[in-house]
Design a protein around this ligand. Structure first.
Ligand code: UDP
Ligand code: MG
Length: 333
């Protein structure tokens, strides 16, 4: 366990990304605060408003006025959940930080078990979903296949059923802050940093109100980001495909040569010609597309734009948070 409460640092911090969750904040706070009061000597909650367009900020302002331990960082626009989590970790200075969703799908009561494990000395305590009964059949299938692919191609093994709901020791938080990548697939980043880890099983609840913010398009992008930032296999595989196709082509050339020598010139062959031309064309475009995906990501990284822009900080505990537009980049130089 880290040195508890150094320089007035809260013992437990909670980071909650929120995007159009106005109706959920009050209920969440009502269930979360008693749990935190029970398990922690002191705590802070950092909501990250990911550019919400409903009354989320008003609800957060109200929460902060009623209880100054509830603070918020508000983005200048929607940057996505992964980046909201990164910002939350940047702004949370507690000895241990819990990450959870705002829609009460992650039951706050589980935090008690997380903290118990942390006190035993675990630095990376992840919630492990018992099953996905609350998700649609299509989403379940999508998730299953993604994890299968990630296990095959990914360079970092992911623990079964582990998501964003977890507790990280300050040491692990500092490790995550040091990662400046733009395409953030936090599920795998949590696994990549290592540290003494343990899973705590929990049941995913129904969303308290509103609908999921992830549609199939967002999920596909997310899955591609995940695979590509943790695997270079899609790049390498073309070497082997190219090799195999060349060997086949060589074999065909030899057969044709022998055929021509033995039976003379044979003009028909239109079908095989077209098939091989389109087949090769297809493979070439596909491999170019894969290259493009990686180059696009490299482009996004080399621009070194800030990961997010803060429009407002509610209940900031110290002056540095009032600096105009703090960025991850600034923090690293
Ligand atoms: N979220 C966010 N930015 C987004 C989308 C979602 O901060 O662009 C937050 C959302 O408010 C919630 C959490 O991420 O607290 C999980 O989102 P959601 O419940 O929609 O996802 P699901 O549970 O379906 O995976
Ligand atoms: Mg949800």
């Amino acid at each position: 366990m880290a040195e508890a409460g150094v320089k007035g640092r809260p013992e437990i911090g909670v980071v909650i990304p929120v995007y159009n969750e106005a109706d959920n904040i009050e209920g969440l706070v009502r269930r979360l605060v008693p749990v935190l009061e029970r398990v922690a000597a002191s705590f802070e909650v950092v909501f990250v408003d990911d550019g919400s367009r409903d009354g989320t900020m008003a609800a957060l302002r109200q929460a902060n006025a009623a209880d100054p331990r509830l603070t918020a960082v508000s983005f200048s626009r929607n940057f996505g959940k992964e980046i909201a989590i990164a910002a939350g970790l940047d702004h949370c200075e507690a000895d241990a930080v819990v990450i959870m969703d705002a829609d009460l799908q992650h039951p706050p009561e589980v935090i008690e078990a997380f903290v118990a494990k942390w006190r035993e000395g675990f630095k990376n305590v992840y919630g492990q979903r018992n099953d996905r009964i609350n998700e649609s059949a299509m989403r379940r299938m999508f998730a299953r296949n993604f994890y299968k692919m990630f296990a095959m191609f990914g360079e970092t093994p992911l623990p079964e059923g582990a998501g964003d709901f977890r507790l990280l020791d300050r040491q692990a938080v500092l490790a995550l802050r040091a990662m400046g990548e733009r395409a953030r697939f936090s599920k795998a980043l949590y696994a990549w940093i290592g540290f003494k880890s343990v899973g705590v099983p929990f049941d995913v609840a129904e969303r308290a109100s509103g609908v999921s913010k992830f549609d199939i398009g967002k999920l596909t992008r997310f899955a591609l980001d995940g695979l590509m930032s943790f695997s270079t296999l899609p790049l390498m595989v073309w070497t082997y495909v190219g090799m195999i196709v060349s060997i086949i082509a060589l074999g065909m050339a030899l057969t044709f040569m022998v055929q021509t020598l033995v039976y003379g010139v044979d003009v028909p062959g239109y079908a095989s010609l077209i098939v091989s031309v389109t087949f090769l064309g297809g493979i070439q475009l596909l491999s170019l597309g894969v290259l493009g995906e990686y180059i696009g990501r490299i482009f996004a990284e080399v621009k070194r734009r800030p990961l997010y822009l803060v429009a407002e900080r509610l209940g900031a505990p110290d002056e540095k948070d009032h600096a105009p537009l703090p960025t991850r980049h600034d923090r690293r130089v």
